[in-house]
Design a protein around this ligand. Sequence first.
Ligand code: ATP
Ligand code: MG
Length: 236
Amino acid sequence: MAEPILRVTNIIAGYGPISVIKGIDFNAYEGEIVGLVGPNGAGKTTFLEALVGNIEIREGQIHFLDKRIEGMSVMKRRKMGMVLMPQEDYIFPFMPVKRNLQVAAVLSRDEEKEELLDFVYGLFPVLKERERQIANTLSGGERKMLSVGMCIMANARVVLIDEPSIGLAPKIVTALFENMKTIKEETGKTLILAEQNVKILKIADRIFGLEAGKIRFCEKTEDLDEAVVKELYMGE
Ligand SMILES: Nc1ncnc2c1ncn2[C@@H]1O[C@H](COP(=O)(O)OP(=O)(O)OP(=O)(O)O)[C@@H](O)[C@H]1O
Ligand SMILES: [Mg+2]
């Protein structure tokens, strides 16, 4: 099997004197969807923030595209092709929808910007319909679609998405997750989704279970005992 595009070895990270991430090994391959599941406070957000460099790690290594990146700035990691869609909104609230998408593409090549925009509009036709609307007047679901659209415009190889399902109606979650699959299949990107919604089990290739800052399991989704995962990690 090919080398993972992202390889994390025994990282420790946290805030002040407290270590929230307590020695995590993790990997992701090109063109797969990885689910990172775990209860509130498990450390999902902290882990993603550490990957993109928003917080520094205390110990361990992060390899991305065969380079050590744990000492690199956020911008350098971003330029190498890693982007995070945070748990809160990622949009520029006072700009129109289309402008948001264009700004997100600032690091993409000019000749690919049109193509990326067409792809995003194809995935989320509502964004095309509302391209002139000011972003903070969108509905919650539309804002998530815009945030995901902006991640695509950024044209990264690895897209980290922190709990995209939060606050969305079940039908919208299903549609959004189907779109994640389309993104994976049509672009070959690696998507890493922190989630507590069980529907992650329908789209992820592999699942990492995070609890109290440690990885408790890593399995192919098809090999998982769904009932156990739901009870332990998704509060069902
Ligand atoms: N800026 C911070 N300063 C101090 N502690 C923090 C900070 N951010 C998070 N924590 C703590 O780190 C732990 C892990 O939080 P984190 O947000 O990573 O969990 P999570 O798995 O993303 O949870 P959720 O599902 O609720 O989003 C929690 O105990 C939280 O209180
Ligand atoms: Mg979180």
